[in-house]
Design a protein around this ligand. Structure first.
Ligand code: HEM
Length: 496
């Protein structure tokens, strides 16, 4: 009898759960919004494992629903997600009506996992305060100050390619770019001479790449955690593995103590963060804030820059005339600046900017931008409202491949970024760094890093595609960042 009661109880609970889930999955239908039919358990996330890339997943919805309304409603598990398909709405969300969309709605848990409380994840007022404190650290004067340290690494990078090239060995561009960008971040953000270009067994490199290659949770669980972040915090879940948290906490503690005890000052981000940490005013950063923000330079700046470089070398290998033109351009500008790689010479390399921008268009490292509504948002001139707490996914990848804005989107064409072409499309049709007040804080640093990598890599060497690179590239996503499955392999030869 007791067994029967238990069974009936369980069946009733299961039935109620199913009815509750079904009710959740008619949210968009009830609002009369164009929506994609969800699956019972995953909502519309099923494609994440099919496509392995959220850029392609959102592109699927964008293509299908563009013109049918300002956005399409989908579900990530049970959570309603709005994907704007109208460029005017994208602009309003990111810029004009930002006060409805200042958060990303991401999970963080500063108590158990201080690394997770980064600028990227912080909401509302906490974000605004932190952004105001950090913005001056990214001013152009500060970047200029870091140039000599970056150039030193570029010289080592050039030497490394010289060692590899001509010997018939294929270049694993992903690995090389990871070493280069991690050495730059090691120097500029942490003030460490990590030397990963020569030795990729050091802890900074090993743990640094494991943050992305071996994340604590998979993409689907992270979507779930962001959706139920209150419960995640109650359960004291962490975003990063304990080894990662301990490594960065220890290393940052040692650097801060060492510099303060020995009164050492350097031209790097860490110094600027320490200055905020030791200030008395409202700009003061606690140790945990300092730790989280130093780490965010790594978390938000490493894979993005390294991925951009990879895809840029890939496209240049596939397009030899553009490779030659870029190399000639670099040499001409350097000649004009007496052979000196000054900050001014970088600013002068306009065609190089075009090549990088076209890479960021075709292969945006971040395939979609995240926002969450903080209050009901009535879309101007329509009957639609995006209700409070709805996740909004701005489909960068889809917009960058929309023929309305880029006539032949699969062609690598740096002329998409001559003045005339830029003026001919809406400004938000190019979003590799996001847009509005929450735009990437490290965009200028990232561009500088990529430019330095390309200059060092292109001046003396020529690249061609190795047959080992799978064609066409199959994209996948790890921690929101785009990758090519199987990596990108190039042949590299010295220029005669
Ligand atoms: C090519 C390199 C890079 C790309 C493509 C990139 C891309 C992005 C994107 C798409 C966002 C989201 C913007 C939005 O939601 O509107 C972002 C935010 C952010 N990025 Fe970058 N990024 C790059 C380099 C860097 C670097 C080098 C750093 C640090 C030094 C950095 C630090 C950050 C931070 C802290 C945020 C959060 C900003 C906020 O919420 O206020 N990024 N980045």
């Amino acid at each position: 009898m007791a067994f029967l009661v238990l069974l009936v109880g369980l069946l009733t609970a299961a039935l109620m759960l199913v009815l509750w889930m079904q009710k959740k999955l008619v949210y968009w239908k009830n609002l009369g919004v164009p929506y994609a039919e969800p699956d019972f358990l995953y909502g519309n996330l099923k494609g994440v494992s099919e496509f392995h890339h959220e850029g392609l997943l959102t592109q699927k919805f964008y293509k299908e629903y563009k013109g049918k309304g300002p956005f399409v409603g989908v579900y990530f598990f049970l959570k309603p997600v709005a994907i704007p398909t109208d460029i005017e709405l994208v602009k309003n969300i990111l810029i004009k009506d930002f006060n409805f969309f200042h958060d990303r709605g991401l999970f963080y848990n500063e108590r158990d996992d201080p690394l997770s409380a980064s600028l990227f994840n912080l909401p509302g007022f906490e974000w605004k305060q932190m952004r105001n404190k950090l913005s001056p650290t990214m001013a152009s004067g500060k970047l200029k100050m870091m140039l000599p340290a970056m150039l030193e690494i570029a010289t080592k990078f050039e030497r490394k390619i010289d060692e590899i090239c001509g010997g018939g060995v294929e270049l694993d561009i992903k690995n090389l770019m990871a070493r280069f960008t991690l050495d730059i971040i090691g120097t500029c953000a942490f003030g460490l001479e990590t030397n990963s270009l020569d030795d990729d067994t050091n802890d900074f490199f090993r743990i640094g790449i494991s943050v992305f290659n071996n994340p604590k949770y998979g993409a689907k669980f992270m979507f779930l955690l962001h959706g139920f972040r209150k419960y995640g915090r109650i359960l004291r879940l962490k975003t990063f593995r304990d080894e990662v948290i301990k490594f960065y906490t220890d290393i940052v503690r040692k650097i801060v103590d060492y510099r303060l005890t020995n009164r050492i000052e350097r031209n790097d981000f860490m110094q600027l963060l320490i200055k905020l940490h030791t200030s008395d005013g409202e700009d003061n950063l606690s140790f945990n804030d300092l730790l989280a923000q130093a780490f965010s330079f790594h978390a938000a700046g490493f894979e993005t820059s390294s991925t951009t470089l990879q895809f840029c070398f890939y496209e240049l290998a596939c397009n030899p005339e553009i490779q030659d033109k870029t190399r000639n351009h670099i040499n001409e500008v350097l000649e004009k600046h007496n052979g000196e790689l000054s900050y001014e010479a970088f600013l002068d390399m306009k065609y190089l900017d075009q090549v990088i921008n076209e890479t960021l268009r075709k292969h945006p490292p971040v395939g979609a931008l995240l926002r969450e509504t903080s209050k009901d948002y009535k879309i101007p001139d329509t009957q639609f409202t995006i209700e409070k707490d709805t996740t909004v996914f701005i489909p960068i990848y889809a917009i960058h491949h929309d023929p309305e804005f880029y006539p032949n989107p699969s062609k690598f064409n740096p002329d998409n970024f001559i003045e005339e072409s830029i003026r001919s499309r809406p400004s938000v049709a190019f979003l590799p760094f996001g847009e509005g007040p929450r735009i990437c804080i490290g965009a200028r640093f990232g561009m500088m890093q990529v430019k330095i990598g390309l200059i060092a890599g292109l001046r003396k060497f020529r690249y061609t595609l190795s047959p080992r690179t799978k064609q066409p590239l199959k994209l996948l996503t790890k921690f929101f960042i785009t990758h090519a499955e199987g990596g990108i392999w190039l042949n590299v030869d010295p220029l005669s």
